[in-house]
Design a protein around this ligand. Structure first.
Ligand code: DX5
Ligand code: ZN
Length: 216
């Protein structure tokens, strides 16, 4: 079954626990951490993740859009994240970092911006639990899906199959009822959706509709 991870970036930041309760069937809650440096936007950090992890039963999928993830990512596991994603473009030692996240007990994931190729990272894939292919340039919700990312999703799915890996393949950015089928067809199996879920009148219904569309 495809996994749907609603992004709280499109939720009401003053009522995060209540917003989480509106998507009880979410596989993971996607938490976008931004630092004004790696991306031109600022959201939240460790104290909020720590509180949110206590306030919901949905596991947290923390997407770190920050500089120096080598220094900060392990602390997100301690704060209660079940999955921690760092950016390949920001990590100094991605292999060591992935191993450290796993050793601390969370799933380790690495993200690629739309213009970053997957091939230079082929050797690292067995050390990851998930690869995130950004389908917009990171920083903001509500951007248009970039079709040019579809060939990379396909190539990554082929790499995963060739190496016989269990790796999940996540997409994030502009995922909606209009774009999710194309991503699923290309090989993605974990879908982040912000505006398509929290911008909908009934977020729970939006989650199940997206999951059905991805499963077709
Ligand atoms: C963007 C974030 C996304 C964002 C997606 O940089 O990483 O997780 O919330 O928002 P939508 O689904 O609205 O494109
Ligand atoms: Zn994200």
């Amino acid at each position: 079954m495809p996994q749907i991870n609603p992004s709280i970036l499109s939720a009401d930041f003053a009522r995060l626990a209540e917003e989480a309760a509106r998507v009880p069937d979410a596989n993971w809650l996607h938490v976008d951490v931004m630092d004004y440096h790696f991306v031109p936007n600022l959201t939240l950090g460790l104290p909020v993740v720590e509180s949110l992890a206590k306030a919901t039963d949905i596991p947290l999928d923390c997407h770190l859009m920050i500089d120096d993830p080598d220094r900060w990512a392990p602390a997100y596991v301690e704060a209660g994240a079940g999955s921690v994603t760092f950016h390949a473009e920001a990590a100094g030692a991605p292999l060591r970092l992935a191993r450290e996240i796993r050793a601390k007990g969370a799933r380790a994931a690495m993200a690629l911006k739309p213009a970053t190729a997957v091939e230079p990272y082929e050797e690292i894939l067995p050390e990851l639990d998930m690869l995130l292919i950004m389908t917009v340039d990171p920083g903001f919700g509500g951007q248009d899906f970039l079709d040019l990312t579809l060939p990379k999703i396909r190539r990554t799915r082929e790499l995963i199959a060739r190496h016989g890996l269990e790796l999940w393949l996540q997409v994030d950015g502009g995922i909606s009822m209009k774009t999710i089928e194309r991503c699923a067809e290309a090989g993605a199996d974990v879908f982040v959706a912000g505006s398509a879920v929290f911008g909908a009148e009934d977020p729970a219904k939006a989650v199940s509709a997206l999951r059905e569309a991805a499963a077709e």
